[in-house]
Design a protein around this ligand. Structure first.
Ligand code: ADP
Ligand code: MG
Length: 671
């Protein structure tokens, strides 16, 4: 048995085909009335099952034509419909000569039974009159027209509903597109922006219309374009579903904005050639913070390294300078070797200055911060700056009217200004203007957030600007690195700015630099202001080295320091007891507890540190005097208490005279 199915909906058709095949029928299918009529003639089926609503020719018309055709008239015709389910529809169908009018959905069993029955009935009665159109053509036409009109009305109202829903949906999607917190664009396959949302336009600084005249290639940073294009190719070749990348767009103002871009391809459906959906998130801020963090970490790491090396170097230099000085003292004034020795000593002093710069950069230099008026420091140091920069460069110093009290080491701040001035001079080879200004500023949390450092509060701002050659970006990024210099061999050490950086950090301040090639450079320093206006003057005059009797315990694990101290102190008649580590120091102190007048302790020693030795000694002799030796501010940082107690210390590498002077000072102090 062969059945012809006329059904435009593919799902229903395939389903029906399978169902009938499973029941052992042969099946022929058509997607519309015209096709069905052709197939009916070709295949002469035993039964036609037809939908009603179909394109090109509907089921009613199909039925009418079948029943009018001599060749086909005998084939039983069954309507199977979901949409035309009213009594009038059935009436029209039956009038057209249909055998059955079935309404979807139907239980499969019942459906098959009915089909079977139609076929059997038909075979028994062969061609009956009932299967011809029963009504006159005019009547049929009227019924047909009526049915269609009703159907159309219904369809129109369904379409209107659907359209309403579509519009609501469209509205929702539009809002999602328009109001998204990320940029979204539909991009043509050639890169043109077809549609963009406001957010994307904002990110790159264009109006939406303006952006829609651009291609993504035009606004992508050239450095990122190749990567982006390679991804696009992979999308087009279906080797990728979607890709994400961090890239830079060129803002309308020509600066770069960092974004995170995610792109997927909407495949072509004819006649639409397809397009890309791009989602764009602005990550400029995150990138800035990352860069700042990276820079801070790099400086920290270099600082650690430099500080470590400098610390060991200091011990060596202490020996060289110390023994050299001893030789110098002992030598006959006319000794021909003295000149050589002085060269050695001068070299060692230069090396000591270098290590000092390194320690300053790594924030390990001992600093002695006191409340000072920054304006006073600057006014004083200004007098030294003019001769440094020479006559071709004008110096303009403008200090604020307010007193700017900061807790600072005067010597270090002077060093900062001298280093900046020296650099400015080098940048203004044919003259120019050096400006130094101070001003109190209140930095709020917004400022801190924008720059990624510091705590909000009152700061003293020092700006040092020059009208020199300026710097390019590569130089600018590296200026604070130790040993970074663009100056020729012998001209620059590359330590000036790293020293500045370290000192400012040590003062809990921060520094930034702005520079334009050929225009000039401006360094801006912020130092936190302290309210306390107590100022101390810590200057002392050189004292004569006179003979005296005293007993001193010197503890340092560096033998050259011990030996040196022994000799220097011995020269002025002081008895020296030496100890090589913390434990040894405590033992020696116990043995000589009644005779010792003062202890000289290295802060970092094996077994027990200087601070601990001092604590032990104090338990035994509360009045004991002490001088600490160190080149390592960190020691003090870790033992903040020591600074507060105003303890005395000598910095490494020390000149023997300085140690002697310090010891005398302390001995002379009455408790
Ligand atoms: P140095 O002066 O020994 O080279 P610095 O650490 O002081 O080392 O400076 C590092 C580099 O920074 C300099 O070599 C120079 O290229 C650049 N620089 C510093 N200050 C300025 C300035 N005011 N104008 C232009 N370039 C500068
Ligand atoms: Mg310099």
């Amino acid at each position: 048995m062969k059945i012809l199915i006329a059904e435009d909906d593919e799902n229903s058709r395939v389903f029906l085909e399978r169902a009938l095949l499973s029941q052992g029928y042969d099946v022929v299918s058509a997607g519309n009335g015209i096709q069905a009529l052709e197939k009916a003639i070709q295949a002469s089926p035993d039964l036609i099952i037809s939908d009603i609503m179909m394109p090109k020719m509907d089921g009613f018309e199909l039925c009418r034509l079948v029943k009018l055709d001599e060749r086909l008239r005998a084939i039983p015709f069954v309507f199977y419909t979901a949409t035309f389910a009213e009594p009038q529809d059935k009436k029209l169908a039956m009038s057209l000569g249909a055998s059955r009018f079935l309404i979807k959905p139907m239980e499969p069993d019942e459906f098959f039974k009915t089909i079977q029955k139609v076929i059997v009935n038909h075979q028994q009665s062969e061609q009956t009159e009932a299967e011809r159109p029963v009504t006159g053509t005019a009547e049929l036409d009227r019924m047909y027209a009526e049915t269609l009109a009703r159907k159309l009305e219904k369809k129109v109202s369904q379409l209107e509903d659907a359209l309403g829903q579509l519009r609501a949906n469209e509205e929702r999607f539009r809002n999602t597109f328009e109001q998204a917190a990320v940029g979204i664009a539909h991009v043509a396959l050639d890169g043109r922006f077809l549609r963009v949302n406001q957010k994307l336009a904002d990110i790159v600084g264009y109006s939406r219309e303006g952006l829609q005249e651009k291609t993504f290639q035009e606004i992508t940073c050239p450095d990122d374009l190749d990567t982006d294009r390679a991804y696009v190719r992979q999308l087009l070749e279906h080797r990728l579903q979607t890709y994400s990348m961090e890239k830079r767009y060129i803002h309308k103002d020509e600066h770069l904005v960092w974004v995170n871009l995610t792109v997927s391809l909407v495949a072509a459906t004819s006649p639409d050639p397809g397009y890309f959906i791009a989602v764009v998130e602005d990550i400029t801020r995150r990138k800035q913070l990352e860069a700042q963090l990276f820079q801070a970490q790099k400086m920290e790491a270099i600082g650690q390294l430099a500080g470590g090396v400098a610390h060991d170097f200091n011990n060596i230099l202490t020996g060289i300078i110390g023994f050299g000085t001893l030789m110098d003292m002992a030598m006959d004034k006319k000794d021909p070797q003295r000149q050589n020795l002085n060269h050695i000593l001068a070299g060692a002093e230069r090396a000591a200055n270098l290590t000092k710069s390194l320690l300053a950069f790594s924030r390990k230099q001992v600093s002695n911060p006191l409340p000072v008026d920054l304006n006073e420091i600057i006014t004083k140091i200004g007098k030294f700056i003019q001769p440094i920069i020479g006559e071709d460069i004008d110096l303009k110093i403008t200090v604020s009217n307010d007193v700017l009290i900061v807790k600072a080491d005067t010597g270090q701040i002077e060093q900062v200004l001298l280093n900046l001035a020296t650099n400015a001079r080098d940048a203004m080879t044919s003259g120019g203007l050096l400006t130094i200004e101070t001003e109190p500023v209140l930095l709020d949390t917004d400022f801190m957030k924008a720059h990624g450092y510091g705590e909000a509060g009152e700061y003293a701002r020092i700006s040092v600007s020059d009208s020199g050659c300026g710097m390019d970006d590569t130089t600018l990024k590296r200026v604070f690195e130790p040993f970074f210099t663009t100056k020729g061999v012998g001209k620059g050490t590359g330590l000036g700015l790293s020293m500045v950086y370290g000192i400012i950090k040590q003062h809990n301040g921060f520094i930034n630099v702005y520079s334009e090639l050929g225009v000039g450079t401006k360094f801006t320093i912020y130092l936190p202001m302290t309210l306390s206006a107590i100022m101390e003057d810590a200057s002392g005059e050189e004292e004569l080295l006179e003979k005296r009797t005293a007993t001193i315990l010197v503890a340092d694990d560096d033998p050259s320091v011990r030996e040196l101290s022994e000799k220097v102190l011995g020269m002025v008649g002081i008895t020296v007891i030496t100890a090589e580590d913390g434990n040894d120091a405590v033992e020696k102190f116990l043995e000589n507890k009644d005779t010792i007048d003062l202890v000289v302790l290295d802060i970092i020693m094996s077994k027990m540190n200087g601070k601990e030795v001092y604590e032990k000694a104090k338990e035994i002799r509360p009045d004991i005097k002490v001088v600490f030796i160190s080149g390592y501010a960190a020691d003090f940082m870790n033992n903040r208490g020591m600074l507060d107690e105003k303890l005395e210390f000598v910095e490494k590498p020390f000149n023997p005279r300085r140690l002697l002077k310090k010891i005398q000072e302390v001995l002379d102090k009455t408790n």
